[in-house]
Design a protein around this ligand. Structure first.
Ligand code: 4AD
Ligand code: MG
Length: 453
């Protein structure tokens, strides 16, 4: 349907042929009688080198417009290249400038800092690093769908506007109208509503009819997200599975992550090599190990014991019942285990109302997946399927069960054991690219003070 992209052209056999390519000029180097133009169309990291002889028709006026950032269409002959580091080059027969870019174009040849690039989110996807992140994100997203579809999961589109604060952490943004009845707490047609913090509760509805479902979409948190790991708007994958316990939930998370990282290693080798070189030395090895090493498991109680007996000086002292801090998670995943690690069976008091109470009623059937360099990559649980226990947990959490009648109905009518987890998609991109900041892992980061685009 459409003409070939650069990635298709760069994989053609090295024999002469005529073709036409379009893209944006990355760099230009002038020799006395010709110029090297590097064109990129975002389909791959590598650009196509174009040789433009200075006797091309119209060169006199053209060459002033062939500047970094300009959009060009080039007709020419694709040839084997004598230059090192590239198989092919294009000898131009005709160049058309589709759109010029003057000297005020902010992406000039030097390497720009990520901080600077964040101030021009509308242009940063044209750089090598952010261009590669976008391709990596795409592969990971597509591989997630591929894996779950192959396992018989059905994708459910859960709502973004909702009245349920799934995590119960009071981190919901409120929805309001611009026409403003001024009652901001009841502005969704006379009711209170907010932006979803998680699609889980609605995914549970469909798990109770379709057994294996997932939702994968934007979620919102009004927490102060001024860290390198938090966004106010992030994408979350949430599988939800009926007739599945915590153990099955962890097996699913592990198999899914192994698969998607394996796909990434296969499909984005060039992009990952760039990150390995520029952002995280050893990234490729880390990702290869990730696809072959079984994830470790540790209960919360065991984790606390290990932390207490470790010689490591923690800023926050460790005691049973406390929430693990970043320093503790790092120690567990980076020094104790050195690899991905599920911490399970957290104290009930630390976790949301919907997690299934363990025997003894002190802990819940929860899991957090910790990975080196990131901390929490995913979190999930077996859900509380017993009506009375769930109602009691809601009251303990200060919730009004009457407001969650629909959710409790799932326990009244055909209740069944079920489990699920939430994977922070940008955290996965962070892990796979070696980026230092989650703001580089989403096209348009939403954080306090983010750019207006
Ligand atoms: O641990 P969380 O809050 O779990 C839930 O929302 C569950 N309802 C998920 C479920 O069981 N279906 O969030 C899940 C994951 C975290 O492990 C983390 O990776 C990511 O979402 N996450 C964030 N990512 C970026 N910015 C934030 N502010 C995030 N908050 C959570
Ligand atoms: Mg969590």
């Amino acid at each position: 349907i459409l003409p070939p992209r650069l990635v298709d052209i760069l994989n053609l056999p090295a024999k002469e042929q005529n073709l036409r390519v379009s893209g944006w000029l990355r760099t230009r180097r002038d020799a006395p009688s010709f110029s090297f133009l590097e064109l990129n169309d975002g389909s791959c990291l590598q650009g196509l080198q174009i040789i433009a002889e200075h006797n091309l028709p119209g060169w006199e006026s053209l060459h002033k417009q062939i500047t970094t950032g300009a959009a060009l269409a080039v007709r020419g002959r694709l040839m084997p290249s004598p230059a090192r580091g590239q198989r092919l080059e294009l000898r131009a027969d005709e160049i058309t400038v589709l759109g010029t870019a003057d000297a005020s174009y902010p992406l000039q040849k030097k390497r720009h800092s990520f901080e600077f690039l964040r101030s021009i989110t509308h242009l940063r996807s044209r750089t090598n690093a952010l261009g590669a992140v976008a391709r990596v994100r795409n592969t990971l997203s597509s591989a997630i769908h591929q894996f779950l579809q192959a396992q018989g999961f059905i994708q459910v589109h859960t709502p973004l506007i909702t009245t349920s604060d799934c995590e119960g952490a009071g981190e919901m943004f409120t929805v309001t109208t611009l026409s403003g009845t001024a009652d901001y707490s009841r502005d969704f047609f006379g009711r209170h509503a907010g932006l979803t913090v998680s699609g889980q509760l609605q995914a549970e509805v469909y798990a109770m009819s379709h057994s294996r479902v997932y939702t994968f979409g934007p979620t919102f948190r009004a927490e102060n997200s001024n860290t390198t790991r938090h966004l106010a708007e992030f994408w979350m994958l949430e599988p939800e599975v009926a007739f599945c316990d915590l153990e099955g939930d962890m097996r699913l998370a592990e198999a899914l992550l192994r698969f998607v990282v394996g796909e990434l290693l296969q499909k984005n080798a060039e992009d990952l090599a760039l990150f390995d070189q520029r952002l995280e030395p050893g990234l490729l090895d880390k990702l290869r190990r990730f696809t072959t090493t079984p994830f470790q498991r540790l209960t919360y109680t065991e984790a606390i014991e290990r932390l207490q007996s470790s010689p490591h000086p923690f800023a926050v002292p460790v005691s049973w019942g406390m929430d693990l801090q970043a320093e503790h998670e790092r120690y567990l995943a980076e020094e104790l285990v050195v690899g991905p690690l599920f911490v399970t069976n957290y104290p009930a008091s630390l976790k949301p109302f919907y997690m299934r109470l363990d025997e003894g009623e002190q802990t819940v059937a929860a899991m957090d997946l910790l990975v080196p360099g990131i901390g929490e990559l995913a979190g999930g649980s077996q859900r509380e399927e017993r009506l009375e226990v769930l109602e009691a947990r809601m009251r303990t959490a200060g919730m009004d069960p009457a407001q969650y009648g629909w959710y409790l109905d799932l326990r009244r009518f055909g209740s069944a054991p079920h489990s699920g987890f939430g994977l922070g998609f940008e955290r996965l991109v962070l892990f796979c690219t070696g980026s230092a900041n989650i703001r580089e892992c989403i096209p348009f980061p939403r954080t306090p003070g983010s750019a207006p685009c």
